[in-house]
Design a protein around this ligand. Structure first.
Ligand code: ZN
Length: 250
């Protein structure tokens, strides 16, 4: 069965559940337990969240969807984005802030204040308090910081990043191996699983250029440069992705 399809995502979740995993929120997960945090960073397409959120809801699971407020690719206050928030909230999913630290000074006090303000802005759009922050691009000042930021939990806290295992489909690849083959999963320890719905929602089966091409066809060529900033190795002229370049967050 090809990976990076809706069916593959459903199977991944069912496999982890069959191995004894229980889906927990960041607030509840315990490193030594078979707890699974379902995290989604929305870097490119709010709409891609919905097919994935529906699969989770069908399985009775609750995930956390992190949205950017300052994206050059999507508008967080657009009617399409708001209807995504509405459906996610109605299904019981949590909405968190995906905070682009590279757009803010690398200073903890400033980041703290600006993150808190951004959480309030996002809460104004979704009608729900923001409880958790994920970072879009590394903030050196925050790496390994155990304290909250902006009064919220954040994904760089050692509890979520080193005490628990962490596995991501960044750039549409399992760079550190498939989640089910990780030592933590064999041992039944907690896993923070970061997936980006764009790679799964349209059954592209690992054809990342098809996924990006569809997005650019829908939103216009003027987002191509911003996509290249998010997906390292993506060439906005040829539409190709080169894998040998340095890897960034998304
Ligand atoms: Zn990101």
């Amino acid at each position: 069965m090809p990976d990076f399809t809706r069916e593959a995502y459903r199977t991944l979740l069912q496999t982890l559940l069959a191995r004894g995993y229980r889906v927990r929120r960041f607030q509840e997960a315990e490193p030594a337990r078979p707890d699974l945090i379902l995290r989604h960073d929305i870097d490119l397409s709010p709409e891609a969240a919905l097919p994935i959120a529906r699969i989770e809801a069908e399985l009775g699971l609750r995930a956390v969807y992190f949205f950017l407020l300052d994206s050059p690719i999507y508008a967080p206050d657009a009617p399409e984005s708001r209807s995504v928030y509405r459906e996610l909230v109605a299904a019981g999913h949590e909405i968190g802030l995906h905070f682009d630290a590279a757009r803010h000074p690398d200073d903890v006090a400033v980041l703290d204040r600006e993150a808190a303000e951004a959480c309030d802005r996002l809460a104004g759009l979704t009608g729900r308090e923001v409880e958790t922050i994920s970072f879009h691009r590394p903030a050196r000042a925050l790496l390994g910081r155990s304290a909250a930021i902006g009064g919220r939990l954040h994904t760089y806290q050692p509890r979520f990043f080193s005490s628990m295992d962490y596995c991501s489909d960044s750039r549409g690849r399992w760079r550190y191996g498939h989640p089910c083959s990780r030592a933590s999963v064999t041992a039944g320890r907690a896993l923070q699983l970061l997936t980006h719905p764009i790679w799964w929602a349209h059954d592209d089966a690992g054809d990342r250029e098809a996924a990006i091409g569809r997005l650019i066809a829908a939103k216009g060529k003027d987002i191509a440069a911003a996509v290249a900033e998010t997906i390292s190795g993506y060439d906005p002229v040829s539409g190709r992705i080169r894998d040998e370049t340095a890897v960034t967050d998304a």
